[in-house]
Design a protein around this ligand. Structure first.
Ligand code: PAF
Length: 281
């Protein structure tokens, strides 16, 4: 596995692979890898010849009161994990390499970023689309793999790629969960043992709502009220949102008639966790 810190070096690597006819798969991450990231690499290995992973904690997508400084980082550990699943090259640039001067150009996807996490984290998706656009320009992948836990992020990046004619297929991959159902997230390390225990309510309440849906329930109010009430039983939980949205538009719906996303964001202490489930009638 090769490690690159500069744009020039990763570009040269990509140019050589492309000249040899290799299809490039790309897994963008902010590091502190877990099994969810590794599953994206495994998918990439199946669908491309070369898998490049980026590890970059992108300051642009963190708000002023968010956890940029505390965000867990451990490049040595990440490199070892990446190697175990067969990543071919890691691109781990510095902030100065990615943002050498004041960034004056941004990618902003409208409407899809108004609801859900976009409403609670102003500017977050502008930071995500801008850095992912830059990374796509640098790595020039054929396919890029993202976790469906960040369902809004997947949808927004798919829209960006379509709107800006970027020649990359954006592939959303299933959520990977701990044995007890907690969705894998680099932020899970922040949770105290008690917070972590209570956080299981996210997956449990979504799974129960899915059962209601399978029994015929279609009302957004009924499903979101059910999930909210279940989550509120966890004393440490502070709900940011519980929403049922159309999977394409990400706008609120009253009744499920097409593919829909039941999504939650909940704080446990200082840690904001998200989870979701797709409901397909
Ligand atoms: O999902 C993430 O880890 C980040 O938002 C991403 C896509 C790597 C952009 O910084």
């Amino acid at each position: 596995m090769q490690l690159f810190h500069t744009i020039q070096d990763i570009r040269q690597y990509v140019a050589d692979k492309r000249a040899a006819g290799r299809r490039i798969g790309f897994v963008p991450t902010m590091g502190y890898l877990h099994a969810g990231h590794l599953s994206l690499v495994e998918r990439g290995k199946r669908e491309a010849d070369i898998v490049i992973m980026s590890i970059f904690v992108n300051p642009l997508q963190f708000g002023p009161n968010e956890d940029l400084d505390q965000y867990p980082r451990d490049l040595e550990r990440d490199l070892q994990l990446a190697e175990t699943v067969g990543v071919d090259a890691v691109f781990a640039p510095s902030v100065r390499e990615m943002y050498p001067h004041q960034q004056l150009t941004f990618i902003n996807t409208e409407l899809l970023t108004d609801n859900l996490c976009g409403a609670s984290r102003p500017g977050h998706f502008r930071g995500v689309t801008t850095v992912v656009g830059k990374l796509f320009n640098i790595v020039q992948p054929d396919k890029a793999f993202f976790g469906q836990k960040d369902a809004q992020q997947v949808r927004v990046i798919q829209q960006m790629v379509a709107d800006l004619n970027m020649p990359v297929a954006v592939i959303g991959c299933p959520i990977v969960r701990e044995a007890d159902g907690l969705a894998m997230s680099s932020r899970n390390v922040y949770l105290s043992p008690e917070e972590r225990r209570q956080a299981l309510i996210l997956n449990q309440s979504l799974t129960e709502a899915q059962k209601l849906f399978e029994q015929g329930e279609r009302s957004a109010d009924v499903l979101t009220d059910y999930v909210s009430r279940r989550i509120q039983l966890a004393p440490f939980a502070k709900i940011d949102y519980v929403k049922l949205v159309d999977l394409q538009t990400l706008s609120d719906i009253r009744e499920i008639s097409g593919e829909s996303l039941l999504a939650v964001a909940v704080r446990f202490g200082g840690t904001r966790l998200i989870d979701n489930i797709v409901l397909q009638p």
